[in-house]
Design a protein around this ligand. Structure first.
Ligand SMILES: [Zn+2]
Length: 416
């Protein structure tokens, strides 16, 4: 079986050409992509994807949150489908491969099966999840989150962007408010190929990351409230400087991260200073705080220890700190049998591989709550992502796709 599999190769040249064609939709002058979810550009990407799927003989259906499923029948119609895919939307200044790699590689898997004349036992479904990025409507992993029941459909449809356009209206507008119910249906497995978006695989010269799960996360919104006052006339004792308080809190976030070793993560990535005037002691600062760790208890403890310490640090500056916890996710382990298939597929392809925990959120993390799931990572240049300079080599895309192909084929043909 192993020997037989290794003769079956996906077409890396065709895959790369499709990736480059998709990257032209929403291309930015700096070589990146701006394909905001449910925009006219996203529609172009979706229309192209649909046309390519139909040309490959796949039956495309769309659900009520705009998730697209492209189905290839199996020999045994009673078997549950094997799902694989990712997302075609991007950050406002995103790269060509975040999400698109997993979708276009999925298409290449389907085309290769066609070329090889292979009919799998289980049906296959290639998925384009809606709004993975969350940058337009403020809710990341929207499509997979609705599908798995993490978010209500009506809640998601009612979210609006900065222009006041709702998700529901945007879906109607681009013609992707589908008829299928937006909820999880029984499936045998789910595989997602994605660029690592981090530096580990590249640094270690590894071709494939066997993703065993995703980190635990806790996210906060923070508002530090002091008092605006004159920069020239307010003496130290009278100051209630919200930015000084925020700076001390940011120091605590960084210290909490560094106290938990190489796996700890603590970030303040967003900060709004009010009134943001050079001669006013700032009275208000709004900022984000997030903690991550592969171990759920550690991630939650970082957040729980941080919160009272942060309030106390702000109070020492005469500033009130309001922390709103947006969510806390436990770490998500992927399915051992699916992870093993990825490991075997990497070995069959002759690729160096290592186990890795996903540092980012992915649709697969929500899907894993309902369907046995695993992910495949490939390296990206300098670990850079959510950036127009995001870059991978054609051989890296090909290796990831080949592993996806082998894992999907093995799962779809497994003896039940
Ligand atoms: Zn992504």
């Amino acid at each position: 079986m192993r020997g037989q599999q290794s003769n079956q190769r996906i077409d890396g040249v065709r895959l790369w050409a499709e990736l480059m064609d998709m990257a032209r939709i929403g291309a930015t002058p700096k070589g990146g992509v701006r394909r905001l979810t449910l925009s006219a550009v996203d529609r172009q990407g979706r229309d192209r994807f649909r046309a390519l799927c139909e040309a490959a003989g796949l039956a495309v259906r769309v659900d009520a949150i705009g998730n697209m499923f492209a189905r290839r029948p199996g020999a045994d119609p009673a078997r549950l489908p094997v799902l694989f895919g990712s997302h075609l939307d991007s950050q406002p200044s995103g790269g060509k491969f975040d999400g698109a790699l997993g979708v276009m590689a999925g298409l290449e898997v389907m085309r290769s099966l066609n070329d090889l004349g292979i009919v799998t036992q289980a049906p296959l479904e290639l998925v384009n999840w809606t709004d993975e990025e969350g940058s337009r409507f403020g809710l990341s992993l929207m499509g997979s989150g609705v599908w798995t029941g993490v978010f209500g459909l009506d809640h998601a449809l009612g979210l609006t962007d900065l222009a006041g356009v709702s998700v529901g209206a945007a879906l109607e507008d681009i013609g992707y408010a589908g008829k299928a119910a937006a909820r999880a249906f029984p499936a045998d497995a789910h595989f997602e190929l994605h660029i690592e978006q981090g530096p580990i695989l590249e640094a270690e010269g590894c071709r494939i990351g066997i993703v065993t799960g995703a980190q635990a996360q806790v996210w906060f919104d923070a508002v530090a409230t002091g008092q605006d006052s004159h920069a020239g006339t307010t003496p130290p004792a009278a100051r209630r400087d919200a930015l000084v308080a925020a700076a001390r809190v940011i120091g605590l976030v960084d210290a909490a991260m560094r106290a938990h070793g190489a796996d700890g993560r603590g970030t303040v990535g967003q900060l709004v200073v009010v009134p943001n005037s050079r001669n006013v002691v700032p009275g208000e600062v709004r900022f984000s705080v997030e903690f991550r760790h592969p171990d759920t208890a550690t991630a939650f403890r970082m957040a729980d220890d941080f919160a009272p310490a942060a309030v106390a640090a702000a109070a020492a500056c005469g500033v009130a700190l309001e922390l709103t916890e947006l969510f806390r996710y436990a770490a998500q382990d992927f399915d051992p049998a699916c992870v093993e298939l990825v490991r075997q597929a990497a070995a069959a392809g002759g690729y160096s591989a290592r186990e890795i925990v996903s540092g980012a959120g992915h649709d697969a993390v929500y899907v894993a709550r309902h369907v046995p799931t695993a992910m495949i990572f490939t390296p990206c240049k300098d670990g850079l992502s959510h950036n127009e300079a995001e870059s991978i080599e054609p051989e890296q895309a090909e290796a990831g796709c080949q592993v996806l192909f082998e894992a999907v084929l093995a799962r779809a043909n497994r003896v039940l």
